[in-house]
Design a protein around this ligand. Structure first.
Ligand SMILES: [Zn+2]
Length: 359
C-alpha cells in the first residue's frame, strides 16, 4: 500500500506495531510533535487551541497532512491534571509556554480537601477527551491517537509547587507519598476515560529528572507510582506507554526500563549507543536529536546529519528504535527542519538499512 506523496508501504499504526512486536517493517518510525508549526501554517494561534477541541483537531489534522506525523496527540501534558485538581495555569498569548501561577495546595493540610478530578468536567480534561474522540474517528484506523500525561511525581510537584514538594521529600516523606497517591489516582481517572476512546498513552516525568532529584529519591518517590501507572495503562489500552524523563538519566535507565514502559524517550545529553547496551534488550529507544542546537538553530542539513548519527547508533536496538528529538520541539523551530527529520527517516531509515550510508 503506497500513501500519496510518500514512499511508505505501511501506515504509521502498522509500522509502530511491527517495530514494538519485533516484526519486519518498512522503515524506522519518526516521532515529533510540530503542533505549533502546523497551527501557524493554517493560521491558528496556539492559545486558541488550548481552549477548543475543534481547534485541537484542526491542528492535529494539519500536522498529519503537512508533515505526515506518525501519531496525533493531545492531552493534559505537564499541567493538565494539576489544573483539574485546582492549580491555576496561565496561557500566555505569545511565544511563552503555559505555566502555573498558583498551586492547588499551599500547605500540607490542603491535600485533605482535594477530590479526584472528574475527567469529563474538570479543567481542560474534557476538551482533550472530546478532541481524542474526533481524532479516533478521523484518523484512528491508520495513525496512532495518543494522549500525553505527566508522571505522578511531576503532577504532585505541579499541585504543591516544585520547591515545597522537593523539601517534603526530606522533611515529610509520609505526606509526599500521600500526595503522590493522589496524583496517581487523579491521572488514572483521566487515563481510564481516555482508554475507553481507544487511544494510546505517553508519559513525561520531567520533575523526576536526576538533574533535580537523586537516583535514590527517584527510586523511592517516582518509580513505584510510575510503575503502577504503567501497569494500569497496559491493562487499559493493551499497549505499553513511552516514558520520557529529561536530562542525563543514565543512573536510572534500569529503573526506567523496570517500570514496564515500552519505549524510553531519552534526552540529547545521553549517548544512544550506551543506552542500547544498557537497556536495549528490554525496551525500545526513542530520541535524541538536539531540540535547540539542531532543530531550532540548525539547518536541514544539520538535522539530516544528526539523524544519521542517531540512526547509526540505535537502528539495531534489539527492542526497536524510533527517530525523534531528545525533548520537546521549540515553538520557533523552522518548518524545514521538521520536514528534514521525516526525510531522514524515509531516506536513511528504510530497511534494509545500510550502515555505510549513516557515516
Ligand atoms: Zn525532556
Amino acid at each position: 500500500m503506497t500513501k500519496a506523496g510518500y514512499s511508505d508501504e505501511m501506515t504509521p499504526k502498522e509500522r509502530i506495531a511491527a517495530v514494538l512486536a519485533g516484526k519486519p517493517f518498512d522503515r524506522i518510525p519518526c516521532s515529533i510533535n510540530p503542533s505549533y508549526q502546523a497551527a501557524q501554517l493554517i493560521g491558528v494561534k496556539h492559545w486558541e487551541y488550548y481552549f477548543s477541541a475543534e481547534k485541537i483537531v484542526e491542528v492535529q489534522l494539519a500536522s498529519r497532512r503537512i508533515f505526515g506525523v506518525e501519531a496525533v496527540l493531545t492531552g493534559p501534558g505537564l499541567h493538565g491534571i494539576a489544573e483539574a485538581a485546582g492549580s491555576t495555569v496561565v496561557y500566555p498569548q505569545g511565544e511563552n509556554s503555559p505555566y502555573i501561577s498558583e498551586f492547588a495546595i499551599q500547605e500540607q493540610g490542603g491535600l485533605d480537601r482535594l477530590v479526584i478530578p472528574d475527567p469529563w468536567t474538570q479543567g481542560r480534561l474534557p476538551l482533550h477527551l472530546a478532541a481524542l474522540q474526533i481524532l479516533m474517528e478521523r484518523l484512528g484506523a491508520e495513525v496512532p491517537v495518543t494522549t500525553n500525561v505527566a508522571g505522578p511525581f511531576t503532577v504532585a510537584a505541579n499541585i504543591r509547587g516544585t520547591e515545597p514538594f522537593l523539601r517534603d521529600l526530606y522533611q515529610n516523606a509520609e505526606f509526599a507519598h500521600r500526595l503522590l497517591q493522589y496524583a496517581l489516582a487523579s491521572t488514572l481517572a483521566y487515563v481510564r476515560a481516555a482508554a475507553k476512546i481507544g487511544v494510546t498513552v505517553s508519559i513525561a516525568d520531567p520533575t523526576a529528572s536526576t538533574s533535580l532529584i537523586s537516583p535514590q529519591h527517584f527510586f523511592e518517590f517516582s518509580f513505584p507510582y510510575l510503575s503502577e501507572l504503567i501497569s494500569n495503562i497496559k491493562r487499559l489500552t493493551d499497549c505499553a506507554p513511552a516514558l520520557h524523563i529529561c536530562g542525563n538519566t543514565k543512573k536510572i535507565w534500569l529503573h526506567m526500563a523496570n517500570t514496564g514502559a515500552g519505549i524510553l524517550s531519552l534526552d540529547d545529553t545521553i549517548d544512544l549507543a550506551e543506552a542500547k547496551v544498557a537497556v536495549g534488550k528490554s525496551t525500545a529507544l526513542l530520541g535524541n536529536i538536539k531540540p535547540t542546537a539542531t532543530m531550532f538553530l540548525g539547518k536541514p542539513a544539520d538535522v539530516m546529519r544528526e539523524a544519521k548519527e542517531c540512526l547509526g547508533k540505535a537502528y539495531d536496538n534489539p527492542k526497536g528504535y524510533i527517530l525523534a528529538l531528545g525533548c520537546g520541539l521549540p515553538m520557533k523551530a523552522p518548518v524545514e527542519n521538521v520536514h528534514a527529520l521525516f526525510q531522514a527517516a524515509r531516506e536513511f531509515g528504510r530497511y534494509p538499512i545500510d550502515p555505510g550510508r549513516l557515516n
